[in-house]
Design a protein around this ligand. Sequence first.
Ligand code: AMP
Length: 250
Amino acid sequence: MKILVPIKRVVDYNVVVRPTLDKMKVDTENVKMSINPFDEIALEEAIRIRESGKAEEVVVVTCGDEKCQDVLKTSLAMGADRALLVECNKDLIPISVAKILKKISEKENPNLIIMGKQAIDDDCNQTGQMLASLLKLPQATFASKIDLISTEEIEVTREVDGGIEIVKLSLPALITADLRLNEPRYITLPNIMKAKKKITEKITLVDLNIEISNKLQVLEIKEPEPREKGIKVENVDELVNYLKNNSEAM
Ligand code: AMP
């Protein structure tokens, strides 16, 4: 059994993002970049399944420029067996990523694809659903628990509005990871050293015979309006009074 984990390189969640001077994109120069947190959870789950003896190989793939090597190295240090970099210097929208990942899936033939439910930079929450649809695979999004019943079937607990939903899927299938699925492990120094010996394969869009067109044009990126300073009230009466007299500010 092989598990494919698509990962995205994003600005670290601790960084306060700023637009570039031309206001056309988010400044990613000289800021800490990391694996998208939901992808880290997806990878942790894939590694746990392999460690339980139910899978033989975990392959990570990212689509982006050469700088993405750092997140691939981190994934290998976490425990992935192999890493693929699909080299692309253009901005990618979810449908483009899904088309690339479709080609990679056809090449790798994984029994299971586990990916993040959304990337924290674009907050799209689209790529997994699009990829499942392009590959005509059953999908379970927002997974908070995964039970591999056999090599044929998998049970997934999903976080939905009304509570939780448990679904059974036949393999191959695609799952997107939610926050509560697991807590990713810390990377140890020996594993960082071991990761250096693991291979990252580079693939070009020409190899995949794919052309990317971007139908989305970003017009402007700006910071949200600063919030007005809050006030502290001593009691409920004071709060009600304040709300009455400042209703237009609400
Ligand atoms: P999104 O639909 O953009 O919110 O992304 C959902 C998931 O798609 C992410 O959590 C990743 O698993 C995957 N993904 C998005 N962009 C990329 C990328 N450039 N390379 C690899 N995987 C990606």
